[in-house]
Design a protein around this ligand. Structure first.
Ligand code: PMP
Length: 313
């Protein structure tokens, strides 16, 4: 596998091959981890890589750390500089996923000896092509797994242990012949997809479950809501019933990795006319312009990675 030259680990950029941990660290370190998923998009005309909403993602990482009581050693400007330095040092010139992970280190001390635990952090990057504008569509199943709820795990944070929930739902959907899953929350209302939020359009209104529906505080969801409002579209954040999805004109999942992923059938109900709808199409087009730096209204959401600086060996 191709690896980047460097990753960022515990305060410094270091050569990839030197960054190893002892096997005994793995289990409790990962159970005790929180992370971020951030995307950067390459613009060939500008010869520039644009990181999408970097500050917001790093702020959420710090919120996730706070929530799971992982000590914070690096503030937002330090992490931001680390990400930009890493992308420059690795000479990244393609669509890329950026993955900062904060985890419980030094877990070989007594299990409950919190004072002996340490918080550690690494950031790495890998190529991830965009599927915006490709016309990709998905079928979905309402999962028999319910979305984790506030009284069990913190859905609004990117707590890595949460992800078993979405993974189980996706595996079940796959085994049953669907592309993806939609999870209901413990009240039986619509929550989100595995690793993505959900929006639908009915009678010209864009609707999405509100932030207390057991969803992640999604940065893409927030961006699309702002974009839709600015296009003059009526928008509702509210409790959503399962049957509203079956009767919707358009449904899509959204998130950093999901971008905008149209869903054209749910539990074998055709959504609208079974094709990508006009609102989804409009948002998909505009979102790509925003991400790739081909418009100016949302320039504040993009951090350009400056031309690679000379990196000492
Ligand atoms: N829900 C979950 C569980 C996720 O993992 C993600 C992806 N981070 C999302 C929603 C979408 O969030 P965002 O737009 O911030 O990527």
């Amino acid at each position: 596998m191709d690896t980047p030259k460097y990753l960022w680990w515990n305060g410094e950029r270091r050569p990839w091959n030197e960054c190893v941990v002892h096997v005994s660290e793995i289990a409790w370190s990962t159970v005790g981890a929180v992370f971020e998923g951030i995307r950067a998009y390459w613009n060939p005309e500008d010869e520039q890589l644009y990181v999408f909403r970097l500050d917001e993602h790093l702020a959420r990482l710090l919120r996730s750390q706070k929530l799971v009581r992982l000590p914070i050693h690096y503030d937002l400007p330090t992490l931001k500089q680390a990400v930009l330095d890493l992308l420059a040092a690795n000479d990244v010139r393609e669509d890329t996923y950026i993955f900062p992970l904060a985890y419980t280190g030094n877990t070989r001390v007594q299990r409950y000896d919190r004072a002996g635990f340490d918080s550690q952090l690494y950031i790495t990057t890998k190529p991830m092509a965009s599927h915006l504008g490709t016309g990709m569509t998905q079928s979905a199943k309402i999962s028999s797994w319910r979305r984790i709820s506030e009284d069990v795990m913190p859905p609004r944070a990117k707590n890595i242990s949460n992800y078993r929930n979405g993974q189980l739902a996706r595996m079940e959907a796959g085994a049953d012949g669907y592309d993806t899953a939609i999870l209901l929350n413990r009240n039986g209302n619509v929550s989100e997809g595995p690793g993505a939020c959900l929006m639908f359009v009915r009678d010209g209104v864009l609707v999405t479950p509100d932030l207390t529906a057991g969803i992640l505080e999604s940065i893409t969801r927030d961006a699309l809501l702002q974009m839709a409002r600015n296009l003059g579209m009526p928008v509702q954040e509210r409790t959503v019933d399962r049957t509203e999805l079956y009767l919707a004109d358009e449904v899509f999942l959204c998130g950093t990795a999901a971008e905008i992923s149209p869903v054209t059938s749910i539990d074998h109900y055709e959504i609208g006319d079974g094709k990508i709808g006009p609102v989804t199409h409009r948002l998909d087009q505009l979102f790509e312009e925003v991400l790739r730096g081909r418009e100016t209204t949302y320039a504040r959401w993009r951090t350009p990675v400056d031309a690679p600086v000379a990196i000492e060996a």
